[in-house]
Design a protein around this ligand. Structure first.
Ligand code: PLP
Length: 381
């Protein structure tokens, strides 16, 4: 019997083949491959989709975070605050500029940033007179589940610190924020960052990313930073910056896919809801429930269990692909040893990393495949 893969990108590419081929052909005919009309059109379409003013296409999600941090004033020695359970890029993008990632442990029940700890950390910084060291708080909508943005933006406001959302896993998610009603993931803070890595809810056929904002100055700064620090006038450079652009071919392909995003997300949610209903009686920790007014986009379906390795082996024997997002919390990564954290620094994040297991979840999974995943997991217990 064929394996149910953890991801299968060939199915979507096959379903969209004609549109994708036409889009490629159209780009080839323009002869323009960088910073052209396809990127402009996609930036407008993406900002319209999110209901925000500006979207700036960049080379990857890591690039988006990196430029957003810089635009918000991250400089050597300045800090960002995030969780240790995210993909390493959230912290890397700060560290490559000499910034210091500082971590807030997660809540053991739902894996979200522990906002009491965040508040305590910032209150201590205020007492010690070090609040100005923080360039941004970076909530991560991990696995497509919105962070508690109502609580988080209130704390950020209290301490006057910018919020930069890592929405790399949350295209199309939303949540309520007091006074603003429904807010799309990526648009609640000063800047929002997206990845179009191929497996994302909106995935390119290569690397890509986007920074979104409602602030014209921030948008201008990111535009400048993505293009060697060049201003509007060619050959005049205002900042030391790399080449970090979303190319025309990827932009054209993403424009083909964007109109399908809501339907993809609905199918992801349908599969996730089915898994949750069927797994409810099992001795497993399941993904967090949506709070009132939230819309999660089920980027990954991640269960938690103390028997992870044996469950993973059991599923492999039955032809079910799985993955671990992510096995090592960032503070224990060798690259971040210089920060001086040791095991036990963030116990909830460490337990989370030991227990998480991702099951297949993408819009093109058939009902039969979903049923096979359910049976194989159920068999184990
Ligand atoms: C939460 C998170 N942040 C950042 C990134 C980095 O994005 P990219 O791989 O496009 O650089 C990813 C994806 O890989 C991610 O999942």
């Amino acid at each position: 019997m064929e394996t149910v893969k953890i991801f299968d990108l060939t199915r979507q590419a096959r379903a969209l083949k004609d549109e994708i081929d036409q889009a490629l052909q159209a780009v080839l005919e323009t002869g323009q491959f960088i910073l052209g009309s396809r990127l402009e059109a996609f930036e407008i379409a993406f900002s319209d989709y999110l209901g925000c003013r500006f979207a700036v296409g960049v080379g990857s999600g890591t690039g988006a975070l990196s430029l957003a941090y810089q635009a918000a004033g991250l400089a050597p020695g300045k800090k960002i605050l995030t969780v240790p359970t995210t993909y390493v890029a959230t912290a890397m993008a700060a560290a490559i500029h000499g910034g210091i990632p500082e971590f807030i442990d997660i809540r053991p029940d739902n894996g979200r940033m522990d906002l009491q700890r965040l508040h305590d950390r910032l209150a201590r910084a205020r007492r010690e007179g070090t609040l100005q060291d923080y360039a941004a708080i970076v909530p991560v909508h991990l696995y497509g589940h919105p962070e508690d943005m109502n609580g988080l933006t209130a704390i950020a406001g209290e301490f006057g610190i910018a919020v930069i959302e890592d929405a790399c896993q949350a295209h199309g998610a939303w949540f309520p924020v007091s006074g603003c009603g429904k807010v799309m993931a990526g648009t609640a803070g000063a800047l929002g960052c997206f990845s179009f890595y191929p497996t994302k809810n909106l995935g390119a056929y290569g690397d890509g990313g986007m920074v979104v904002t409602n602030d014209p100055e921030m948008a201008e700064r990111v535009r400048m930073l993505r293009n060697y620090g060049q201003g509007e006038k060619r050959h005049t450079h205002f900042a030391i910056a790399a080449n970090n652009r979303l190319d025309e071919v990827q932009a054209a392909w993403l424009s083909v896919k964007l109109p399908h995003l809501d339907a993809y997300n609905r199918r992801r949610r349908e599969i996730a809801a089915y898994y949750t209903a069927r797994f409810a009686p099992l001795p497993l920790d399941l993904p967090p429930r949506e709070a009132e007014g939230e819309y999660a986009v089920a980027h990954l379906y991640v269960i938690r269990t103390n028997d992870r390795e044996s469950l993973q082996a059991h599923l492999a024997e039955r032809g079910i692909g799985t993955a671990i997002h992510y096995p090592i919390p960032i503070h224990l990564q060798p690259a971040f040893q210089y920060l001086g954290y040791t095991e036990g620094a963030f116990p909830n994040a460490e337990a989370f990393a030991r227990r998480v297991l991702s099951l297949p979840l993408y819009p093109e999974l058939t009902d039969g495949e979903v049923e096979r995943v359910v049976s194989a997991v159920s068999d184990f217990f």
